[in-house]
Design a protein around this ligand. Structure first.
Ligand SMILES: Cc1ncc(COP(=O)(O)O)c(C=O)c1O
Ligand SMILES: [Zn+2]
Length: 394
């Protein structure tokens, strides 16, 4: 990549037993304890070139943070990231909040924040010699994997829940992926992938260590967009939790680089669907790990995740940040999806609607203050979901 700047990726660290793993070969979970592996960088080296000043002249994509991203030869990119942070004045006013923002991830390639993670994951897979990819998806990750796979010339095989709406299936097929439908949730899709992967490389959330790195750039961008400051509250729709864990990791790296002051991180709010809320349940019960949710039901496909391999990382980040985990019903999500669309002109995914529905509860419970900077994550476009409960197709 330009200017002789390289990735300072050095090794992978098991988030549980701290064992170290090599970045020169493909990796999955820790082979000793099944912990999630976290990429670690040479921060001293990164600090030499990744400065506030240097960033002013960098490209308008998440690859502007290239010292702290995983790549070897050249990123596989469709220009993802640097999504707008939009002031939500109307919604803010109606909730009595002065500084409400929406980070609009629907502007990414393939219409969701999943593009970020697939850009880094496919980059590393290709650079490490992988030719064939396989993954379970609720829809958005599949579309993104199909797109980046196509760009990199890798084959992509997807396992989607049979309930996945048509537009996701069409998108993946159009982009050349092979699509298999599974009677069950994304957990059942994951089990099928593990049974059938063979020689194919499994890109499942957090079982593959580099999707997280793309997602963490949402945290870097927030800091830049708030002019090297941090918002007080981040509201994030949590399925597998990669976005939330990634942003927490980003804040950690920026603190270590002295690019932000210590102790100023936002309260991280994890939002789940009322009928699929393993993380919220564990949060409320004071547990470190979550139990699998028996019958996950929600029209927000990205939140229909009954168990997350990174459950302990999500719970730790939420607690450390002083945040909370809470649920919203499908109807609350739908009403808020429309409120965001009609109030701010953004047609959000149901998951984006969920963040606004959760914010209403935070306001009611006095868990946010009027003057705080609050960021709702609209993680994807509403265009791929064919129904909104309560809204009739005209
Ligand atoms: C639109 C959307 N929002 C949120 C999520 C949940 O993402 P995470 O794994 O970061 O919790 C997904 C996952 O499929 C999604 O598609
Ligand atoms: Zn381990």
């Amino acid at each position: 990549m330009a200017n002789g700047i390289r990735s300072t990726l050095e090794w992978l660290e098991c988030s549980l037993c701290k064992a170290a793993f090599d970045v020169d070969e493909v990796q999955t979970l820790c082979d000793r304890c099944f912990g999630v592996l976290l990429p670690r960088y040479g921060l001293e080296e990164a600090a030499r070139t990744l400065t506030r000043k240097a960033l002013r002249d960098r490209e308008c994509s998440m690859w502007r943070y290239r010292e702290l991203l995983p790549w070897v030869n050249e990123p596989v990119t469709l220009v993802e990231g640097m999504t707008p942070l939009l002031p939500a004045r109307f919604l803010g006013q109606s909730l009595g909040l002065d500084r409400l923002f929406i980070k609009d991830e629907s502007r990414n390639p393939t219409g969701s924040f999943k593009a970020r993670g697939m850009s880094t994951a496919v980059t590393m897979a290709r650079d490490l010699g992988v030719r064939r990819l396989i993954l379970p998806s609720a829809g958005n990750a599949g579309g993104a994997a199909a797109a980046y796979g196509a760009l990199a010339g890798l084959s992509v095989e997807l396992y989607l829940p049979v309930e996945t709406p048509d537009p996701f299936r069409l998108e993946a097929a159009a982009l050349g992926a092979s699509v298999h439908l599974v009677d069950g949730s994304i957990a059942d899709c994951g089990a099928r992938v593990r049974a059938e992967a063979g020689e194919r490389f499994d890109l499942s959330t957090l079982r593959e260590p580099y999707r997280l790195e793309g997602k963490k750039t949402m945290g870097f961008e927030l800091v830049e967009q708030f002019d090297w400051d941090l918002p007080e509250v981040v509201v994030y729709p949590t399925g597998g939790g990669t976005g939330l864990i990634g942003m927490w990791k980003a804040f950690d790296e920026l603190e270590r680089l002295d690019l932000i002051p210590a102790g100023k991180r936002p309260r991280m709010i994890a939002v789940q669907a009322e009928r699929c809320a393993p993380i919220v349940k564990a949060f409320l019960e004071g547990r470190k790990r979550a139990e699998a949710w028996p019958e996950p039901v929600t029209y927000a496909d990205g939140l229909r995740v009954p168990s997350a391999v990174g459950d302990y990382l999500i719970l730790a980040a939420v607690r450390e940040s002083g945040g909370v985990a809470l649920t919203v019903s499908d109807q609350e999500m739908a009403d808020s999806q429309l409120a965001m669309a009609r109030g701010e002109g953004i047609f959000p995914a149901p998951e984006g609607g969920a963040t606004l529905a959760a914010l209403k509860k935070l306001v009611e419970r006095d868990l946010v203050d009027r003057g705080e900077r609050i960021v709702l994550f609209n993680t994807g476009t509403g265009l791929k979901y064919p129904r909104i409960p309560g809204l009739k197709l005209p």
